[in-house]
Design a protein around this ligand. Structure first.
Ligand SMILES: CC(C)(COP(=O)(O)OP(=O)(O)OC[C@H]1O[C@@H](n2cnc3c(N)ncnc32)[C@H](O)[C@@H]1OP(=O)(O)O)[C@@H](O)C(=O)NCCC(=O)NCCS
Length: 166
């Protein structure tokens, strides 16, 4: 399902057929370093991730992580959307793009649209974001979006500290 459109991008629900792209994105060194290892090493595991992650979220919350595509040629470039985690009180913003598409304003364009979508379509009064303390690009992006650093938290006892922006 198509969810959002910006000047250059389309955001839509992830589907089982997006598994090859998800396999590529989740195994980028930047994704593994800054977000974590989702244990997706095969197309089948990528399909399962789509079903149990974003797919379940669309069904239960109405929102989730969306596929971001270039409008011109429908080329997939990343994921961006909203997550409700058991360990966080507020809904948070998630985003990751393939390195060849960095530095062109795509993350800003999609995150801005997703924040507006969360407020307008789901009446979310407060949307947060969590990021690794050394993820300078993500921190700058969040500040550019108008979010501010609030505090350091742990999403689970065995997880490293992350920065919470709101
Ligand atoms: C973080 C990430 C999404 C940025 O994507 P991007 O498309 O390059 O970002 P944009 O081009 O939209 O840039 C938006 C702003 O982000 C900041 N930014 C982006 N790359 C940056 C970098 N390398 N260093 C510092 N700031 C950076 C800047 O403030 C930039 O605004 P500006 O160009 O006006 O200065 C991308 O690097 C990524 O996918 N990283 C791996 C996954 C990840 O870390 N996700 C975040 C998890 S919390």
């Amino acid at each position: 399902m198509r969810v959002l459109e910006t000047d250059r991008l389309t955001l839509r629900w992830l589907e089982p057929g997006d598994a090859p792209f998800i396999l590529e994105l989740l195994n980028q060194p930047s994704f593994l370093h800054f977000i974590g290892d989702r244990g997706v090493g095969t197309i089948e595991e990528a399909r399962k991730y789509i079903r149990q992650g974003p797919g379940r979220s669309y069904a239960e919350q109405g929102f989730g992580l969306y596929m971001v595509e270039l409008k011109d040629d429908l080329k997939p470039i990343g994921m961006c959307g909203l997550l409700r985690r058991e360990t966080l009180e507020d809904v948070d913003l998630g985003f990751a793009f393939l390195p060849q598409f960095w530095g062109q304003g795509y993350a800003y364009e999609s995150t801005k649209a997703v924040l507006a979508h969360g407020k307008a379509d789901f009446d979310l009064k407060r949307i947060v974001a969590v990021t690794a303390s050394d993820n300078q690009a993500a921190i700058r992006l969040l500040e550019k979006l108008g979010l501010r650093f609030e505090r350091t938290i742990r999403l689970a006892d065995d997880q490293p500290e992350v920065k919470l922006f709101a």
